[in-house]
Write a protein that binds this ligand. Structure first.
Ligand code: PSU
Ligand code: MN
Length: 290
């Protein structure tokens, strides 16, 4: 069911990347550019990118540029619950953070980069992203700019605490709010170097812990809190719910901010991928297999 590319199979340092953001996080065509940029940054930092998605009835770990181009708006958003049905139907499945983590668990990949994880939504109860539950059961370090700020970020952090998932602040004491470095709740611990990230993650894993979130603030912050309120109200008004909320709100923000959130999102995704690669490369070196 899972086909790992030769390059990924032979690599000692691997960073998993997701495909939901490629298919549904950006306007058509832009997502692929973002994915390629992330892959470049991973390579430059000394690791091999393993971009994950479902194609032709197989879970693919490591995609070519031609294959990446198939992750357009018509792809199915594939969380952990959709992996099996996509395999059977043959649909293109763009894996979320949660879907990607489920594959990392099966494939033994310990590092991943993304933009912002899903979490506890504002408003209706029980829209809680499967990203959180997969962190609970996958021994993987996920680098993100915290949780997406269209969510209830404090509730998401409380939930992560309940699950025992460390939220490490990359050179920060507060959890970044996706496009915005400021205003988030406190992290569970601050880390200032790649070595420190690695030591904390390893200790957590040796104690039987699973997912670790490394929260890296964006380099340039954009405050779009009002635009988010507006877009969420519009989503509710037009009956957009469940899995459709995040892509709907992100695309509104990209338009209403005159492209500022799109640019910020692009940059933070690439920077997070690079940091994940730096940690993966350091782990390989420490294991003596670089
Ligand atoms: N990060 C981004 N853009 C995105 C996502 C993350 O910068 O589109 C995706 C991830 O795949 C994440 C998903 O798993 O959004 C969360 O969706 P939901 O809120 O429906 O669980
Ligand atoms: Mn959701």
């Amino acid at each position: 069911m899972i086909r790992v590319s030769d390059e990924v199979r032979e690599a000692s340092a691997v960073v998993a990347l997701e495909t939901t953001l490629v298919a549904h996080g950006f306007p058509p065509g832009v997502g692929v550019q973002v994915a390629l940029e992330s892959e470049r940054r991973v390579r430059d930092a000394g690791a091999v990118p393993a971009t994950i998605g479902i194609l032709d009835g197989e879970i693919r770990v490591g995609l070519s540029e031609r294959e990446l181009e198939r992750f357009g708006p018509s792809a199915k958003k594939a969380g952990p619950r959709e992996l099996a049905s996509c395999l059977v139907s043959g649909e293109v499945g763009a894996t979320t953070v949660g879907g990607t983590l489920a594959v990392c668990r099966a494939a033994g990949i310990s590092f991943m980069g993304t933009g912002g994880i899903g979490g506890v939504h504002r408003g209706p109860a029980w829209d809680v992203s499967a990203d959180l539950l997969e962190l609970l059961r996958t021994p993987c370090l996920v680098v993100s700019s915290g949780a997406k700020s269209l969510l209830d970020v404090p509730a998401t952090c409380e939930f992560l605490e309940t699950l025992g998932v460390p939220v490490l602040g990359w050179r920060t004491d507060t959890v970044p709010r996706f496009y915005d470095a400021a205003g988030g709740p406190p992290v569970s611990a601050r880390v200032d170097s790649v070595d420190e990230v690695l030591r904390v993650s390893r200790a957590h894993w040796e104690l039987g812990g699973c997912g670790v979130l490394l929260a890296r603030p964006p380099d340039t912050s954009v405050d779009v809190d009002e635009l988010i309120e507006e877009a969420l109200a519009e989503a509710e008004g037009s009956g957009v719910a469940g899995q459709a909320v995040t892509p709907y709100v992100l695309s509104r923000l990209h338009k209403r901010s005159g492209g500022a959130t799109l640019e910020a999102n692009r940059q933070l995704i690439a920077a997070n991928a690079q940091l994940a690669a730096e940690v993966a490369a350091a782990a390989a070196t420490a294991a003596g297999v670089s």
